[in-house]
Design a protein around this ligand. Structure first.
Ligand SMILES: Nc1ncnc2c1ncn2[C@@H]1O[C@H](COP(=O)(O)OP(=O)(O)OP(=O)(O)O)[C@@H](O)[C@H]1O
Ligand SMILES: [Mg+2]
Length: 260
């Protein structure tokens, strides 16, 4: 891999994707999951990607997350041309550049919250004491310092997703990439998790999330709609007025920078 030095990438867009095409199958069975997507996302943006089932959202997310490669097209992530990287190099880029949040949390069973959040730091080669310190800080940011020893089956769904958010942000990635992050949550937990994501964006973190729900997309600064593998609209929207009272809990801990 030959990533440009950090100084050169400081002003590069987080996402610069050109003419992304993803084709499945051959002949009559061919599916153009992405039919030529151009997308630029600058640092600090907050983007919701919407579209009906089959429109290509997950296909796009997988490519943006370096979990898959386009059939044709070019993708620069934080200034790094990821085309042509091998699996090992791609996994390094994923670890360093992207914090993933999935609908189903994807926590490791029988492993406490602190260890879950330490995992990406362990992959990155961070030493144990530093790992612990940073993981505790991330758990504190999502309001779960007092749940550090709890395993997934000892946490509510909303708390599990907050652990996943802490795990996603602990490496200080260039972008948080979330696929239906509130799809499995009740409305209270949805507000808590989105409140945290909003504050992470307020503090400069780039966020790209995929959602079916207008209410979720409402949190973003920019909404992109996909139809049949093409972007059909890309609009800025007015910022959401201050957090509703329901977010005062976990999300409030972020602005206070402290423990609940
Ligand atoms: N591995 C695959 N092989 C063949 N076709 C695929 C594959 N993955 C996706 N597709 C097709 O590509 C298109 C886009 O799929 P994708 O999963 O990106 O949609 P989506 O917008 O995420 O839908 P949903 O909202 O249901 O998750 C669909 O027509 C789908 O059937
Ligand atoms: Mg999908």
């Amino acid at each position: 891999m030959s990533p440009a030095p950090d100084t050169a990438t400081a002003t590069a867009p987080v996402i610069a994707a050109r003419r992304l095409v993803k084709t499945y199958g051959i002949g009559d069975a061919v599916v153009h999951a992405l039919a030529g997507v151009d997308l630029t996302v600058q640092q600090g943006d907050y983007v919701a990607i919407m579209g009906s089932s089959g429109s290509g959202k997950s296909t796009l997310m997988n490519i943006l997350g370096c979990l898959d490669v386009p059939t044709t097209g070019r993708y620069l992530l934080d200034g790094i041309d990821v085309g042509g990287l091998d699996e090992r190099q791609l996994s390094l880029v994923r670890n360093r550049k992207i914090g993933f949040i999935f609908q189903s949390f994807n926590l490791v069973p029988r492993t406490n919250a602190l260890a879950q959040v330490e995992l990406p730091l362990a992959y990155a080669g961070v030493k144990a004491a530093e790992r612990r310190r940073r993981a505790m800080a991330a758990l504190t940011m999502v309001g779960l310092a007092d749940r550090a020893e709890h395993k997934p089956n000892e946490l509510s769904g909303g708390q599990q997703q907050r652990v996943a958010v802490a795990r996603a942000l602990v490496t200080s990635p260039a972008m948080l990439l979330a696929d239906e992050p509130t799809g499995n949550l009740d409305s209270h937990s949805t507000k808590e998790v989105l409140g945290i994501v909003d504050r992470l964006n307020d503090s400069g973190r780039t966020v790209v999330l995929i959602t079916h729900e207008d209410e979720v997309a409402h949190h973003a600064k920019r909404v992109i709609r996909l139809v049949d593998g093409l972007i059909v609209s890309d609009e800025r929207q007015a910022p959401v007025e201050g957090p509703p009272p329901a977010m005062a809990g976990a999300a409030g801990a972020l602005t206070r920078g402290g423990v609940r």
